[in-house]
Design a protein around this ligand. Structure first.
Ligand code: ADP
Ligand code: MG
Length: 570
């Protein structure tokens, strides 16, 4: 039997690829710049191998130039370049990645090289905006320049061309603007700058553009002092480096100032005030990543809006992959902003998503652990700061306790703080337990609208008398969280409105109480009759001191919880 090869309708394939892989057109810049960076990485590596030392990363550059009249955008690099064969293979075979091959060929000896390409499709994304592309390239170690040219699906040509130095120019002839589609934005300096900032800020080589600027024309002192002096302006051009190159999170922690962290935080995440806490970790291991996380000092202004999107930025080797990756943090840490950068992610072909989430989950687990640990330390060593944090986000942690069944639930419990009947400032559950009376079996709490209302509850007197501390619960979630926790340190939670408060009673006491109820039977019966269905039973209480009556519940759902559930159902 003859084995046949698949053929592809390359025209359609290219079309599909270009138009269905990417969500944003501007991604093509990210792809071409990544290719340029890869090309420089390869040259840097080859030169080192050939014994040419003494060159630094700053000797290389990626250059962007626009020609508004010709409607071209050119991205040049002084990287490794491509020979005629390489032009043919790398830009002529869809899904053939010269970079992947390079990585494989040099795998053993490659250190400090962070090649990005792997799928062999990124280049074609330029056809989203180009009607024609020319690639002029001179390969490292060659004297001959070639030009590859294509108008898309029809195919391409390769001819001899001229280029002084080793490297590559990618010349994009932008499509014409139509009513719905504007391509001229890619000729706009400001737009280009912002695209580079967004996707390619941490490319390790300088990305340079000759930009137009304005300045005041110099004038003599005499001129400036004259009454009708008007400053004159002139335009000039200047090379400007568009990218920051070294990401803050790759710098040595000891060399980063608080101000640098703060500036980065405010600029990147649109925050007004300094972060309450910065968490910067560099992890090397089975899965390597750098993370830079910020705990805000205030609740983000739109936090409770439905348009608030939680999530961290996800970078792969310094290239932005996703702006809001929700899977990196548990939802109760949704208020944290920041980023993760990892070279170990398996990206999907558009490089906008991941192929599988195993690595993400591994990173997410470690981040959660790290955050819990950090907040634990803050609680112990910077209590004032921690209380401020808790005032803002404590409710989220309670939600975390309520719906998180992760392994670290115990750590999360210990991060909770409550006001109580016996302490001035907030207390942890651990401290509560350490203060429990010898005969006290439960952790008692009272739920209500506000602390002042709780203090006035009839039941409170009895607890003061017995010397039992009562936690004040004023958040809707509080009781639900206690129910989810069931117990802390072996002590169950008990609402002080519960019918059974779990106090130790002697047999005589129980009997005396039963006798009293029996004796008052007719009175109690009359009250029950008057109240009808509003109460399930009326009994004599031993828990009152200064108040005539109080409500008690017995079926696990307290009065406050009932209110909340009713409000939610409404
Ligand atoms: P990928 O980057 O995933 O390999 P691309 O479609 O972006 O796929 O590029 C295909 C190949 O073309 C690259 O692997 C590389 O070998 C080659 N290439 C693209 N741009 C350049 C460039 N500026 N300089 C040298 N080689 C390049
Ligand atoms: Mg590429």
């Amino acid at each position: 039997m003859e084995k046949m090869k698949f053929k592809a309708e390359s025209q359609r394939l290219l079309d599909m690829m270009i138009n269905s892989i990417y969500t944003n057109r501007e991604i093509f810049m990210r792809e071409l710049v990544s290719n340029a960076s890869d090309a420089i990485d390869k040259r840097y590596y080859k030169e080192a191998e050939d014994g040419c030392t003494g060159k630094s990363r700053d000797d290389y550059e990626i250059r962007i130039a626009v020609d508004k009249d010709a409607r071209t955008l050119t991205i040049s690099d002084n990287g490794i370049g491509m020979s005629k064969e390489e032009l043919e293979n790398n830009l002529g075979i869809i899904a053939n990645s010269g970079s992947l091959k390079f990585k494989a060929d040099n795998a053993e000896s490659m250190k400090d090289v962070d090649i990005i390409g792997q799928f062999g499709v990124g280049f074609y994304s330029a056809f989203m905006v180009a009607k024609k592309i020319q690639v002029i390239s001179k390969a490292y170690g060659s004297d001959q320049t070639y030009m590859w040219e294509s108008e898309g699906a029809e195919g391409f040509t390769i001819d001899k061309a001229e280029r002084t130095d080793v490297g590559t120019d990618i010349i994009i002839y932008l499509r014409d603007d139509t009513e719905d589609d504007k391509y001229s934005e890619f000729l706009d300096e400001f737009r280009i700058k912002s695209i580079i900032k967004q996707y390619s800020d941490y490319i390790r080589y300088p990305i340079v553009m000759n930009v137009t600027k304005q300045r005041q024309k110099p004038a003599s002192e005499e001129e400036m002092n004259s009454e009708d002096y008007k400053p004159e302006y002139e335009t000039y051009t200047e090379d400007e480096k568009l990218n920051s190159m070294v990401p803050l999170w790759k710098m040595k922690k000891s060399e980063i100032t608080d101000e640098q962290y703060s500036d980065f935080y405010k600029k990147t995440y649109m925050a007004w005030s300094d972060p309450l806490k910065v968490i910067h970790t560099n992890v090397e291991g089975v899965i390597s990543y750098d993370a830079l996380l910020f705990v805000p000092s205030d609740v983000p202004f739109n936090y409770y809006n439905k348009d608030f999107k939680p999530g961290l930025q996800l970078y792969s080797s310094g290239v932005l992959i996703m702006d809001k990756c929700e899977d990196l943090l548990p939802s109760y840490f949704g208020f944290i902003s920041g980023l993760v950068d990892s070279p170990d992610l398996s990206l999907n072909i558009s490089r906008e998503m991941l192929q599988q989430d195993r690595q993400l989950r591994a990173i997410a687990q470690r981040l959660e652990k790290k955050l819990l640990q950090t907040f634990g330390e803050m609680r112990d060593k910077e209590s004032e700061k921690y209380e401020k944090f808790f005032e803002n986000f404590g409710i989220q942690l309670k939600y975390g306790v309520y719906d998180n069944f992760g392994a670290d639930k115990d750590k999360l419990k210990d991060l909770l703080l409550y006001y109580s009947s016996t302490t001035e400032s907030m207390t942890t559950l651990k401290d509560y337990v350490s203060r429990m009376a010898d005969d006290q079996k439960y952790i008692y709490y009272a739920a209500g609208e506000s602390r002042s209302k709780i203090k006035m509850m009839p039941q409170m007197d009895l607890f003061a008398d017995k010397g039992y501390e009562v936690l004040y619960c004023t958040d809707n979630i509080d009781e639900f969280a206690f129910m989810a926790m069931r117990e802390y340190d072996g002590k169950e939670f008990k609402n002080i409105s519960d019918k059974d408060l779990g106090f130790e009673k002697t047999e005589e006491e129980v009997k005396a109480q039963a006798d009293k109820n029996e004796a008052a039977k007719s009175t109690l019966g009359a009250i029950k009759e008057a109240l009808g269905d509003k109460v399930s039973s009326v009994i004599l209480s031993t828990r009152l001191k200064n108040h005539p009556v109080c409500f008690a519940t017995s079926d696990g759902v307290s009065i406050e919880m009932e209110k909340i559930l009713k409000a939610q159902a409404a």
